[in-house]
Design a protein around this ligand. Structure first.
Ligand code: XMP
Length: 324
């Protein structure tokens, strides 16, 4: 196994992060020379830090590809474009693959099939973009040390297996010996926005696993809008970065309700907010009841097609963190 050098100090301060950045820039320049590098940039903290390091090291020899699969949180694609294309002058290709993903997922209710379709189509779309580019020699990857260490049950279904031949480039993995907290310190030092650096974990299949069963566009929109309200309220209440993971789910059933004296038949939104150290077990976050009531009020009034909110009080085990 590829092991972190025992002499490597833990990166806990801006000065240590800067030393790491300087070292990596030199190493990346030595490895890449005048060749071209390709990177799939999701906007998550790991790929964003790799992108920022590569931009500093080799500038426009790097091509970033951001695939919008329609399962991202509200504002995420816009933020990737703003930060990397507008502020860092990166060579960024934005691929709108929303219809392709949602068409491929139409009518598919089985959670494992949904994950497989999303994972495979992502690789296909990325490989198609790679095929349009000439002279790529390297592939940047946001591998971090836990990815190397963990081959247990939590990660096994998360990361798509090997790369297809059309993406068989030499790998560039500048953060592969870092733990998540170190990646964040480096990201902060690189000047990435806090909302990117301190982002909560987000599954590869994105909101797709929170739109339970067969995904429909209207229910997916209810997941995205309710998630945005939840994040905004957690931020306003100083809970960002304090609660480990919090999100909404929209199951594929309806219940009766009443709005302005009229009966409705709409979806519920489920809220899940958990704390954990390693995601193997998790406990439910204890929150202020007034804040919870305010979130329920906002979601039921602002999200289309929703008339009820349920709060998931199940620890892991027995519930997994995600619902699919
Ligand atoms: P579960 O639902 O298994 O989730 O308790 C544990 C943690 O893993 C995240 N998760 C994923 N992360 N790809 C990922 O990169 C995935 O397919 C995936 N599924 C779950 C989940 O959000 C939680 O933090």
């Amino acid at each position: 196994m590829d092991r972190r050098p025992e002499t490597m100090e833990r990166i806990t301060t801006p000065a240590l992060a800067q030393a790491f950045i300087d070292e990596q820039i030199a190493a990346l320049r030595a490895q890449i020379g005048s060749e071209k590098v390709l990177l799939a940039l999701s906007g998550g903290v790991d790929s964003s830090v790799v992108a920022a390091l590569l931009i500093k090291a080799v500038g426009r020899q790097l091509t970033c590809v951001h695939v919008n699969h329609g399962l991202l949180r509200k504002g995420e694609s816009e933020q990737v474009i703003e930060v990397f294309r507008n502020q860092m002058d990166a060579n960024l290709i934005y691929v709108d693959a929303v219809d392709r993903f949602l068409d491929a997922l139409a009518g598919v209710a089985d959670p494992e099939r949904k994950r497989k379709i999303i994972g495979k189509l992502f690789i296909d779309v990325f490989a198609e973009e790679a095929a349009k580019l000439d002279g790529i020699r390297f592939l940047g990857q946001g591998t971090i040390y836990p990815d190397i260490l963990e081959s247990g049950p939590v990660k096994s279904h998360h990361n798509v297996g090997g790369l297809p031949p059309e993406l068989d480039f030499e790998l560039v993995e500048p953060v592969k010996y870092l733990f998540k907290d170190e990646v964040r310190v480096v990201g902060k030092q690189l000047g990435l926005p806090d909302s990117m650096v301190y982002r909560q974990p987000f599954p590869g299949p994105g909101l797709g696993v929170r739109c339970v069963g067969a995904i429909t566009r209207d229910r997916l929109e209810a997941v995205r809008e309710s998630d945005a309200i939840l994040r905004e309220e957690f931020k306003n209440n100083g809970l960002e970065g304090k609660v480990w993971q919090y999100f909404t789910i929209v199951p594929d059933f309806k219940s009766t309700g009443i709005t302005d004296g009229l009966r409705t038949y709409d979806w519920p939104v489920v809220i899940r907010a958990v704390n954990t150290v390693d995601a193997v077990t998790a406990e439910v976050a204890e929150l202020d009841f007034g804040m919870m009531a305010h979130i329920v009020d906002r979601i039921t009034h602002e999200v289309k097609g929703v008339n009820r909110v349920l709060w998931d009080l199940t620890p892991k085990p027995t519930g997994t963190i995600e619902w699919e």
